[in-house]
Design a protein around this ligand. Structure first.
Ligand SMILES: *Cc1c(COP(=O)(O)O)cnc(C)c1O
Length: 380
């Protein structure tokens, strides 16, 4: 059996051990210490602007805190990007709020500004003005951020940016992670950098930042004893884990370059194939970290070869690939939710495939992968 190629495995720098050892040597092994504060500073410096960062134990926790900070309560409406990983939506359900799904636009595959506005108007008409709009920069590709912000401003609705997949991407020269009233990152094992598991909440509003720290550490009042006037959460990040993050931040610019290089390699090898299209930056304003390189396979133009034919051919060669996220309005658990869109994301889901995109892929690996795809699609 040939060596396994994974879709996006962790890629350590080798320096993680030194930061972890420092935490152990100093006996700062819980949720405070130099690694936590250092990691937060590293993130702030990298994302830029006025953003301040609070690191937590997962991206999902950061999203949950963000919803609470933005004032989402039971039965409120939250507008959500429909094509995403389920963790974008789960925190809406933790609160007992109502997610309203908005479909994709074809250029970036992210939330459609047209259907976003339609959804807002329709919610207002039934007396339920949305509390928050949550969008995603899918697979690293920035959404139509300016259009989304214009709509949010027009209707005075708060914006939550799920930048879990887009650390290192930017839009109009400003980094993803700095575009929401609150933005969220993930350091899960498959992301562009990892702490094994972890996340961060970013905001330029110091009040959100202060409250996020407070809520993430059990909402303890200032008193000599343990006093609580609010419900809190145990969402802090361990100082040991944060050490892994510090070492990963040192190589983040390289990781972005490596992922973009994979993407360029795939394009040079596969661009002229009929029926195969890439997720592509629509204009120079959009800069994707190309966390995952994704393609669409249109069986109408490939002589009937489907996405699944390619996925299975790769699997036979011990190469992992994966369909795009299944849209939320097609998930059994969200079948009851309202949906606005034109089914663009359903077509993306039917045709879309995420290719191996790890930052440690070699030219040989990439060659192996593209050979299999070409063998499926190019008639000899
Ligand atoms: C990974 C991911 C998350 C969740 O992050 P975790 O750190 O795994 O909890 C949220 N949203 C999107 C779009 C993701 O890809």
């Amino acid at each position: 059996m040939k060596e396994k190629i994974w879709i996006s495995p962790p890629h350590l720098s080798g320096n993680e051990i030194n930061f972890v050892k420092d935490a152990l040597d100093k006996n700062w092994i819980t949720t405070q210490g130099d690694n936590v504060t250092g990691f937060e500073q590293d993130i702030q410096l990298y994302v830029g602007g006025k953003e301040q960062a609070v690191v937590v134990n997962s991206g999902t926790s950061a999203l949950h805190l963000a919803m609470i900070l933005l004032g989402v309560e039971k039965e409120d409406v939250v507008i959500c990007q429909d094509l995403t990983f389920v963790a974008t939506i789960d925190p809406v359900m933790y609160i007992g709020a109502e997610p309203v799904m908005v479909g994709s636009e074809p250029a970036t595959w992210n939330i459609s500004p047209v259907y976003l506005e339609e959804a807002i108007q329709s919610c207002i008409q039934r007396g339920k003005k949305p509390k928050v709009i949550i969008w995603v920069n899918l697979y690293g590709m920035p959404a139509q951020i300016q259009a989304i912000r214009d709509i949010a401003q027009k209707y005075e609705i708060a914006l939550l940016e799920d930048a879990a997949e887009s650390l290192g991407s930017s839009y109009a020269g400003k980094k993803c992670g700095a575009w929401g009233d609150i933005s969220v990152l993930s350091f899960n094992g498959n992301k562009i950098i990892t702490t094994s598991g972890g996340g961060a909440l970013l905001s330029a509003d110091p009040e959100y930042v202060r409250k996020a720290r407070f809520l993430a550490s059990q909402a303890r009042d200032e008193a000599p004893w343990y006093q609580h006037s609010q419900i809190g959460y145990n969402y802090g990040m361990s100082n040991i884990i944060a050490g892994i993050g510090r070492a990963q931040m040192q190589v983040l610019p390289q990781r972005v370059e490596q992922r973009r290089r994979n993407n360029a390699f795939y394009r040079t090898q596969l661009s002229d194939i009929d029926g195969l299209r890439f997720q592509t930056e629509p204009s120079p304003e959009f800069y994707s970290n190309y966390w995952l390189t994704c393609v669409l396979i249109d069986p109408g133009k490939t002589g009937g070869i489907t996405r699944d034919d390619i996925r299975k051919a790769l699997e036979e060669e011990n190469i992992e690939s994966r369909p795009l996220w299944k849209p939320m309005h097609l998930q059994p658990v969200f079948a009851h939710c309202a949906y606005y869109g034109d089914r663009t994301e359903e077509e993306l889901f039917q045709q879309g495939l995420c290719l191996p995109s790890g930052s440690a892929l070699t030219d040989n690996d990439l060659q192996r992968i593209t050979e299999v795809i070409k063998n499926c699609l190019i008639k000899k």
